[in-house]
Write a protein that binds this ligand. Structure first.
Ligand SMILES: [Zn+2]
Length: 477
């Protein structure tokens, strides 16, 4: 690929390597912001953030952020922060250490001389073993585990805090607080008669919106977005949102600006639970500016809309493939294989083998079988005598067949080098109107107003838009 080419997959590879020095290990799964919120949120004592304990199996323990760093990040949330965070390796090599209180419910009545230990377990089944490793006698560990069992019956990692009282015979368990990532779990207390009683703890998830603003660097949108603090898994969503409005390979320059808002479920410890969801994306170039909101209409699918509730879906996608570089335009040219001058009846998008190819608009597949020159090709018939053709696919999307109805954006196959009329991996893409070839890049895109939301869907959209905008305003510079 030439420099300046646009391929999200390659960028991800490059980006991960380049960003490694600036990014904490394991970055991407837990955005730094949420770690910051954990340590800095009201009611969560900073002192507990300093140390943590490894799991008995050496699994990565929860990484907690030093308080000072969290304040810095909260102050400049839009700036890519260098976050002090333990790597899994470092965490696993630390000895078990004491941490401060973990206020899940009412503060426990702690006997003088008692100590607390926190640990992360890969599942509830490790609880009894972890208790005995902490010095709790076997029968006591079994009894406490049995008391908690009904509330700890899901799979998944568990965060446990033990309150222990040492005496001449060992460690005695006073209290066990065990919770899943969503905050649900159990609190087990020793009763006066020495048995254990458990209370179920409900999930404690809140959804938070985070806003990130940034400027495109000279490398790529990917590296710019990650440098600004965007979780890398959200970058492809951003790119897809703008597939209709921008050719990100040619219309974007260093200095152009972007903004994203995404939502993340956060547990009571401030840790991200589940995947983040992009809610808003805007892009401003020297030539134009576009802001998009994600919305799920009643009974519909999630989609992107402009601020007035107009769908971004167009008659045809400008590019039926993610951000590929145009390697040959429509028009007369010397054919490198056939060796004579002829009309190049489509546009070539150079992209790595395996890059997904999308149906450019809703339509019906009329051909999905190999052709000598075109290789594995697909023809889709659309409204108004329009037809699109996709050549040289390495393979078809699973199950794709003639007669199948596809909606815009459906993956129909993958970039390849099949057929006799190709010299390298690319998509040769043709558009025809009533049987006549036209330049795919010349097809006018309508404004999307035909797909504007109305009625209850529009009302719902405006509420969602306002919810996002209020948060964006609060997180202004
Ligand atoms: Zn071609």
């Amino acid at each position: 690929m030439e420099s300046g080419s646009f391929d999200p997959r390659q960028w991800q590879l490059q980006g991960k390597g380049e960003a490694a020095a600036d990014k904490p290990a394991g970055g991407g799964s837990l955005p730094e912001f949420w770690q910051a919120t954990a340590a800095g949120s009201p009611g969560s004592p900073a002192e507990r953030s300093q140390t943590t304990t490894p799991s008995p199996r050496g699994a990565p323990s929860k990484r907690l952020l030093p308080y000072a760093a969290s304040l810095a990040i909260l102050a400049i949330a839009a700036v890519a922060a260098v976050v002090q965070r333990q790597t899994p390796h470092e965490a696993a090599s630390q000895p078990i250490s004491k941490v401060g209180s973990e206020p899940m419910t009412a503060a426990p009545v702690r006997a003088p001389g008692s100590i607390e230990r926190a640990m992360s377990l890969s599942s509830a089944s490790e609880l009894a073993g972890a208790l005995t490793s902490a010095g709790v006698p076997g029968p006591e560990a079994s009894a406490a585990t049995a008391a908690a069992a009904a509330a700890l019956n899901q799979p998944g990692e568990i965060h446990a805090v033990l309150t222990l009282s040492p005496d001449g015979t060992g460690m005695h368990l006073q209290r066990l607080q065990a919770s899943y990532a969503d905050g649900s779990g159990a609190t087990v207390d020793r009763k006066d008669d020495g048995t254990f009683g458990a209370n179920r703890v409900a999930a404690d998830l809140t959804r938070k919106i985070q806003v990130i603003r940034g400027e495109l660097d000279s490398e790529s949108f990917y590296s710019s977005a990650v440098a600004a603090g965007l979780t890398d898994s959200l970058v492809p969503e951003f790119i897809n949102a703008f597939a209709y409005d921008f050719n990100l390979a040619s219309e974007v320059q260093p200095g152009d600006t972007f903004e994203v808002a995404y939502e993340q479920s956060v547990n009571g410890r401030g840790e991200a639970v589940g995947a983040p969801q992009l809610l808003y994306a805007s892009l401003t170039t020297r030539a134009k500016s576009k802001a998009l909101y994600r919305y799920v209409p009643p009974g519909g699918q999630p989609a992107w809309y402009d601020g007035n509730g107009g769908s971004i879906k167009r008659g045809f996608m400008r590019t039926p493939i993610d951000g590929a570089r145009i390697s040959s335009k429509y028009g007369m040219r010397f054919h490198p294989v056939l060796h004579y001058t002829r009309l190049h009846a489509g546009v070539d998008f150079a992209a790595p083998i395996g890059t997904p190819i999308y149906a450019a608009a809703d339509g019906t597949v009329s051909t999905a079988s190999p052709n000598k020159c075109g290789g594995n090709w697909v023809i889709i018939d659309h409204d108004k005598g329009m037809q699109t053709r996709y050549f040289h696919l390495s393979r078809y999307a699973d199950g794709l067949h003639a007669g199948e109805h596809v909606v815009q954006g459906t993956t129909i196959g993958y970039v390849g080098v099949t057929g006799t009329c190709t010299t390298g991996p690319h998509l040769h893409y043709e558009t025809l109107i009533k049987g006549e070839h036209v330049d795919p890049l010349s097809i006018p895109v309508d404004t999307g107003t035909a797909n504007r939301l109305d009625g209850a869907a529009l009302q719902g959209f405006m509420r969602e838009r306002d919810r996002i905008d209020v948060t964006r305003a609060k997180q202004a510079y």
